[in-house]
Design a protein around this ligand. Structure first.
Ligand SMILES: *[C@@H]1O[C@H](CO)[C@@H](O)[C@H](O)[C@H]1NC(C)=O
Ligand SMILES: *[C@@H]1O[C@H](CO)[C@@H](O)[C@H](O)[C@H]1NC(C)=O
Ligand SMILES: *[C@@H]1O[C@H](CO)[C@@H](O)[C@H](O)[C@H]1NC(C)=O
Ligand SMILES: *[C@@H]1O[C@H](CO)[C@@H](O)[C@H](O)[C@H]1NC(C)=O
Ligand SMILES: *[C@@H]1O[C@H](CO)[C@@H](O)[C@H](O)[C@H]1NC(C)=O
Ligand SMILES: *[C@@H]1O[C@H](CO)[C@@H](O)[C@H](O)[C@H]1NC(C)=O
Ligand SMILES: *[C@@H]1O[C@H](CO)[C@@H](O)[C@H](O)[C@H]1NC(C)=O
Ligand SMILES: [Cu+2]
Length: 264
């Protein structure tokens, strides 16, 4: 049985290479649409100014492999440089992030995780190696069925390939980077082949409170052998632990669907 599913996983993987895996191409805040970054922009004159971080190397809409999860690529994707624009939001606002191509690739399963880091100034010039991210939400294994388990990114796919993020209502006003990420685990039984799809977006938060984000470098989030990274989801029958730090207590993470047990 396992080999049938493996064959399917590999088939889906090859389909995925043709169709592309995914990026966030749109962000909706307060009813306003903002365009995300697209690697195609490198061919445009002028290059559009967007809040999404620039990743011109990511022409296949691909991923950072878990063999590279401690490299600078994991911060905001392959060779990322600062977004040139900023989205204004109020503390406590929600954002809807739109992934494309839609639907999110069938056969990709894994958690959806959101982080926030303060830029202590402008995010358009920030040194990404200085960013300290706090996890503000995570959605791991939502249900045991259908096989091989229903994960955050399956929920995302079934929700028009969109994801809602809540800005913590009490954070200090200022500029922040939202780091939104899917981890795809369909090949994660091979060491180093879990797939990270991080997407960074510049935000300017107003009407905030007094809570300061204390976080850590994204290069310290995940190790290649973490139980939530090196995992055979096609055989797994335990409690899925979303990798990375614990969710920051001032975030609105209780709004995120997640059930921490199950498997086949
Ligand atoms: C790993 O990350 C480095 C940058 O830190 C990059 O040059 C290299 O191409 C990456 N390798 C893979 C397999 O993605
Ligand atoms: C969101 O929309 C409401 C109603 O139009 C407005 O009062 C509020 O200022 C808007 N928020 C932002 C961040 O623009
Ligand atoms: C912002 O300040 C915090 C606290 O001093 C620090 O840990 C973090 O590295 C700073 N971030 C940047 C991007 O400079
Ligand atoms: C689904 O997402 C697309 C963007 O990818 C958007 O244009 C469309 O309005 C969304 N549909 C619904 C029903 O929300
Ligand atoms: C699904 O999409 C709707 C509409 O954008 C949104 O209100 C809801 O929060 C979304 N669910 C998740 C899990 O993101
Ligand atoms: C952020 O918002 C504040 C308050 O509205 C404004 O003064 C500032 O210029 C904004 N910064 C950016 C980069 O848009
Ligand atoms: C999964 O684990 C439960 C106990 O936690 C056990 O009852 C069940 O038989 C296991 N299923 C498989 C397919 O191994
Ligand atoms: Cu893919």
């Amino acid at each position: 049985m396992r080999y049938l599913y493996l064959a399917l996983a590999i088939l889906y993987t090859s389909v995925c290479y043709v169709a592309g895996h995914g990026i966030v191409t749109g962000i909706v805040t307060n009813g306003t649409y903002h365009r995300g970054y697209d690697p195609m922009f490198q061919h445009f004159v002028p290059i559009p100014q967007v809040s999404g971080w620039s990743t011109p190397e990511n022409t296949d809409y691909g991923f950072v492999p878990s063999s590279n999860f401690t490299s600078p690529d994991i911060i905001c994707h392959k060779g990322a440089t600062q977004g040139t624009g900023t989205i204004n939001v109020k503390a406590g606002d929600t954002l809807q992030l739109q992934w494309n191509p839609s639907p999110w690739t069938v056969g990709h399963h894994g958690p959806v995780i959101d982080y926030l880091a303060a830029c202590n100034g402008s995010c358009t010039t920030v040194d990404k190696s200085m960013l300290k991210f706090a996890k503000i939400a995570e959605s791991g294994l939502v249900a045991k069925t259908p096989f091989p388990g229903y994960y955050g990114c399956d929920l995302l796919r079934d929700n028009n390939s969109t994801w809602t993020v809540w800005i913590p209502p009490t954070i200090i006003s200022g500029e922040y980077i939202l780091r939104h990420e899917i981890l795809a685990l369909h090949l994660a039984w091979r060491r180093g082949e879990a797939q990270g799809y991080p997407q960074c977006i510049n935000l300017n938060v107003t009407d905030g409170g007094v809570d300061e984000i204390v976080g850590k470098s994204a290069q310290g989030f995940y190790q290649v052998d973490d139980p939530g990274v090196l995992i055979d989801i096609w055989q797994f029958n335990g409690t899925y632990v979303v990798p990375g730090p614990k969710v920051w207590e001032k975030s609105v993470a209780h709004e995120q669907p997640s059930v921490a047990s199950g498997g086949t």
